[in-house]
Ligand binder design. Structure first.
Ligand code: IMP
Ligand code: MG
Length: 176
């Protein structure tokens, strides 16, 4: 059996401790914002699963958790074409939706999902992304309500994010 050797050399970019501190701050702001609202936190699989797990545990207001799954990425390049692979299982009509993304790069995935979710008539739709590559698409910033960290135009892995399916389990964010 031969396994293709994954690219080596991981440079840490954001430590587990910095992630934890920042997610605590985001959770606090989000909890204040959604007080007394019917909130659904909507994770985008697969990349946001670890961020989502930590973020919801730092949100102190009652909320439901949901997931959608989209795909668009091949190796290190966005294909531009986004497809919905897995749909949410509860209605969002008249409810407040917080979309949770691991990373916003070109913003194609986000725009696709926003359009899809808005067609289901939520009361509001806001976006929380852990990472934002600001240089790639500065215009998309107006679509983002909570951003964990702005990062340079680098390909990152860890904390849910992958290269060819690998590295999602790393507790920190690093570059290859
Ligand atoms: P966008 O549509 O170009 O904004 O890309 C969005 C999706 O591509 C993200 O939700 C990630 O799943 C993936 N992606 C973008 N940049 C990276 C990266 O640096 N590392 C790993 N995945 C990435
Ligand atoms: Mg993603």
């Amino acid at each position: 059996m031969s396994l293709e050797k994954p690219p080596a050399i991981l440079q840490p970019l954001i430590s587990a401790e910095d992630l934890s501190v920042r997610i605590g701050e985001l959770g606090k702001e989000i909890s204040e914002y959604y007080q007394d609202k019917d909130l659904i936190v909507m994770g985008v699989l697969k990349g946001s699963f670890i961020f989502m797990a930590d973020l919801v545990r730092s949100i102190s207001v009652n909320h439901a958790c949901e997931f959608v799954r989209v795909s668009s990425y091949h190796k290190k390049q966005s294909t531009g074409a986004v497809t919905l692979d897995f749909e949410m299982t509860q209605s969002i009509e008249g409810r407040h939706v917080l979309l949770v993304e691991d990373i916003v790069d070109t913003g194609q995935t986000l725009l696709f999902l926003k359009k899809h979710l808005l067609s289901k008539n939520p009361s509001s739709l806001k976006v929380c992304t852990l990472l934002y590559k600001q240089e790639v698409n500065p215009q998309i910033q107006t679509e983002l309500h909570w951003v964990g960290f702005e990062i340079p135009k680098l390909f990152v892995v860890g904390y849910g994010m992958d290269y060819e399916g690998l590295y999602r389990h790393l507790p920190f964010v690093g570059t290859l």
